[in-house]
Design a protein around this ligand. Sequence first.
Ligand SMILES: [Fe+2]
Length: 336
Amino acid sequence: MQRDMAERQPEARPDRLILSEGERQALEKRMGAELFAKRLDLEENREKRLGGLVRWCPMKYAGPAANAAFRISGLWKRAHREFLDIRVREEEFLLPGLAPELDGFTILHLSDLHLDLSADLVPALSEALGRVAWRYDLACATGDFNNFTVHDDLVALDLVSSLRDAFTAPVLGCLGNHDSLRDVPTLERSGYRILLNESVRVQRRGAAPGDPSLLVAGVDDPNIFGTHDLGAALAARVGGEPAVLLAHAPSVHAEAAARGVSLVLCGHVHGGQICLKSGRTLAWKHWSFPRRVWRGRWTEGPTQGYTTTGVGACGAPLRLNCPPELVLVRLSARRR
Ligand SMILES: [Fe+2]
């Protein structure tokens, strides 16, 4: 069942998306007053103020246009099948300084769910999560839970909430440019811990209190909102201990390297979503970061990164030569 975007009209904001005074204060404290105010201001005025977003991701027009073009060309069914064909990918990263007890720590990385684009995706994602069940110590979702940027509705959040039981480990996340700060209380009540320029320490499954833990930091959207703060996110890091950074987009690559982050997990680009047979995206520009960090593994100085093609899609529920993926990221303490 595909939802027609033209039918989605902004409605009165549901109670669950109105921040209570207590929630506002808590989010402001976590994010810092300046970035909290900047995020909310940009959200409230995003159509006016984020002209760039509307220009480069003109979903109101590009989605229906892409759907029409694919139907006319006879490729729609094939591209929709690929959109639902979620692959499982495994990647190993050597993290210098990682405690031997954390050797093999596995993160399930997923990104860009855009769950309100197509209800067909939820069963496909549930099935894919079943394939990786119990194979990871932690799941990390790097933003864009929503597809609709003006999303005063709860469609995506209710679908995300319905998926929580399909995860077999704690789930951390960060917000993308399609998400709102107002989503955070609902997401967290559903069991997703969102990192707003913050960090947490995570132990392996079955670890005892006092066993080594991994520092996982997460920043707010660095690409469109620009409300990321790596300094705050990494403030709890002790010395040069390994740190994994969650960010929606790879635009943090240079700053992450300057701060000696071990591994960046990110998404946003969707691998281009519509690609040539060679895998090369048809997108010719529009991201403020180099093509080498658009998809897959990359390095920047001491920092390794992985930019996933993501799970969902933007604008239209279609992918071509760019399948969606879940990534099992295995951390290694020694060279094998
Ligand atoms: Fe996205």
